[in-house]
Design a protein around this ligand. Structure first.
Ligand code: CP
Ligand code: NVA
Length: 306
């Protein structure tokens, strides 16, 4: 089987997402009925974390165990990587011992270098630039609640970070529109976002204008991991970019609210929104488990059904 990696959202075609989502529905349904499905017996997932995680760690670990495989979790500071072993050497060694690898790290270039030397599939569990597993879960969640996302409007409020960049890549593939509103100085950088087609993306200086008529409103923390030194400055710069009830009223009446979590209530989102009736954040978090199980199955076994 051809070796495939999943390093950014545009690594898969729409046809592949349709397949992975069909598998997700089937795998999730079996899970809900307590019916074991263990196609990955004897397979091992290694997870490498250079940053904190709750959802990504639990969803990949639980997911691989449920599929019959086992998991090794490495926090870089406890390993020789934390003492400067080159990433290329680590990739060559780990990929001779396990079947699939997930990495959460800093620059995208690190995971690219790792994948160049890996014998097994590598999955991006978040980098400074992208978070593809998150948006796979988010789009799956949107479809579960509202049907096709094609032609819909997703409004992103806040920082043009890894999650925002990934929404922008997904817009071209799934053919929906993204309205982005960031404070001045924090605008989307198309090259960093990895988008070459800006026809699915519109930028707004006024967050209230960006949210008008949206089908989905989403945001994320003002200060991502690794940028903690800017926290005070960002709290000041982003204070008008909180998703609150007034903002949600301008979106469509059936608009959903999503947040990749962890959330800071009272900063990027008001409590009344994240804990309100339009919020689907818990379904969104749960679906990380189901889409990633389908993703690991696809990367290791290819298409198991026509
Ligand atoms: N959304 C997400 O990736 O959460 P964690 O940082 O907890 O993994
Ligand atoms: N943008 C956030 C996402 C956390 C899941 C970060 O990178 O810290």
């Amino acid at each position: 089987m051809e070796l495939r990696h999943y390093l950014q959202f545009k690594d898969f075609t729409l046809d592949e997402y349709d397949y992975v989502f069909a598998r997700t529905r089937w795998i999730k349904d079996k899970f809900k009925r307590y019916e074991p499905y263990q196609p990955l017996v004897d397979r091992t997932l290694a997870m490498v974390f250079e940053k904190h995680s709750t959802r990504t760690r639990v969803s990949f670990e639980a997911g691989m165990n449920q599929l019959g495989g086992s998991v090794i979790t490495l926090m870089t500071r406890d390993t020789q990587m934390g003492r400067g072993e080159p990433i290329e050497d680590v990739a060559r060694v780990i990929s001779r011992m396990v079947d699939i690898i997930m990495i959460r790290t800093f620059e995208q270039r690190i995971i690219e270098r790792f994948s160049e030397y890996s014998r097994v599939p590598v999955i991006n569990g978040l980098t400074n630039e992208y978070h593809p597993c998150q948006i796979m879960g988010d789009i799956y969640t949107y479809i579960e609640h509202r049907g096709s996302i094609r032609g819909k409007t997703v409004t992103w409020i806040g920082d043009s970070n890894n999650v925002c960049n990934t929404w922008l890549q997904a817009a071209t593939i799934f053919d929906f529109n993204v309205h982005v509103s960031t404070p001045p100085g924090y605008e989307v950088e198309p090259e960093r976002a990895g988008i070459y087609d800006t026809s699915h993306f519109e930028s707004f200086t006024d967050p209230l204008e960006a949210v008008r008529g949206a089908d989905l409103v989403t945001t994320d923390v003002w200060t991502s991991m690794g940028m903690e030194a800017e926290d005070a400055e960002r709290k000041h710069d982003f204070e008008d970019w909180q998703v609150d009830a007034e903002m949600m009223r301008l979106a469509k009446s059936d608009a959903l609210f999503m947040h990749c979590l962890p959330a800071h209530r009272g900063e990027e989102v008001a409590t009344e929104v994240i804990d309100g009736p339009q919020s689907v954040v818990w379904d969104e978090a749960e679906n990380r488990l189901h889409v990633q199980k389908a993703l690991m199955e696809y990367l290791l076994l290819g298409r198991t059904i026509i």
